[in-house]
Design a protein around this ligand. Structure first.
Ligand code: PGA
Length: 261
């Protein structure tokens, strides 16, 4: 796991966007796994800037998102499909037909999840998976206690995730946050060829510590990324503060990226 530690989240987002833009330039048919939440928004803005400046094109890129709430229509302003349209897809030149988000209104949710896995497989697998991390160490909606080999399925949110999400979304209304969602599994995520995880702010300190320097455990599902051969964590100093070897990680990753540490 490579840990890139930047002074600010703006700088970390720029570096992460550079990594993705460079991959898309190299392979215009890159398959992306995408994430929602407050964390990737700055990175998505950087990607949009690069497209606007004609430095890269996402015309042939295909994407699959990590998760979606149960019961929300794609047009619902708190659905993850809506979020992606507003925060990324409308701002870049990706074709909407090439973007995929789980359908939280599907009649048969298990069938929807199995079909999603099959689509990803047919596309040749995810080349780069974008991730945030929950304050409880989750990736996608894989809460503590989820098998580290789990596949896309219906999942149950913890009270802490419901609280986090109500704080940032749903106008702070706890009882409006769905308690179930459809989510790619930890096993599904770990099959991506490359991982780009973003973590910003003090609220993520413990989760980042668990992910990087804790044991591999289903109590912090992000720790499964320790087993991944090409996982990159982009964080700000606040999120990295509890890492024992943070200076070493910062030096090593900066050197690998050709940056001044
Ligand atoms: P956040 O959510 O980006 O809104 O902090 C991250 C997550 O729960 O994965």
């Amino acid at each position: 796991m490579e840990i890139v530690i930047c002074k600010t989240k703006e700088e970390a987002s720029r570096l992460a966007a550079d990594m993705i833009n460079a991959a898309v330039k190299k392979n215009p048919k890159t398959v992306l796994g995408l994430a929602t939440g407050s964390t990737p928004v700055l990175m998505y803005n950087e990607m949009a800037k690069a497209v606007k400046a004609k430095k890269v094109s996402y015309k042939q890129v295909k994407s699959w998102n990590l998760d979606e709430y149960e019961g929300l229509a794609p047009t619902h302003n708190q659905s993850y499909r809506y979020f992606m349209n507003e925060n990324l897809f409308k701002k870049i030149d990706i074709q909407l037909k090439n973007t995929h988000v789980l359908n939280g209104l599907a009649k048969d949710l298990d069938k929807e999840c199995a079909a999603y896995e099959a689509q990803i497989k047919k596309a040749g697998g995810i080349d780069i998976q974008v991730l945030g991390i929950g304050s409880d160490g989750h990736i996608a909606f894989n809460e503590p206690g989820t098998s580290l080999t789990s596949r896309t399925s219906v999942v149950y949110l913890t009270p802490s995730t419901i609280k986090d999400n109500a704080r940032l979304f749903f106008n702070g209304k706890l009882d409006e946050v769905p308690t179930r969602a459809l989510s790619m599994g930890v096993g599904t995520i770990c099959e991506a060829k490359k991982i780009v995880l973003l973590a910003f702010g003090e609220n993520k300190q413990d989760a980042v510590k668990g992910m990087v320097e804790g044991g591999v455990t289903q109590f912090c599902t992000a720790s499964a990324l320790q087993m991944h051969p090409d996982a990159w964590v982009f964080c700000d100093e606040a999120a990295a503060k509890k890492l024992k070897l943070r200076k070493y990680y910062a030096w090593r990753s900066a050197t690998k990226l050709g940056l001044k540490a």
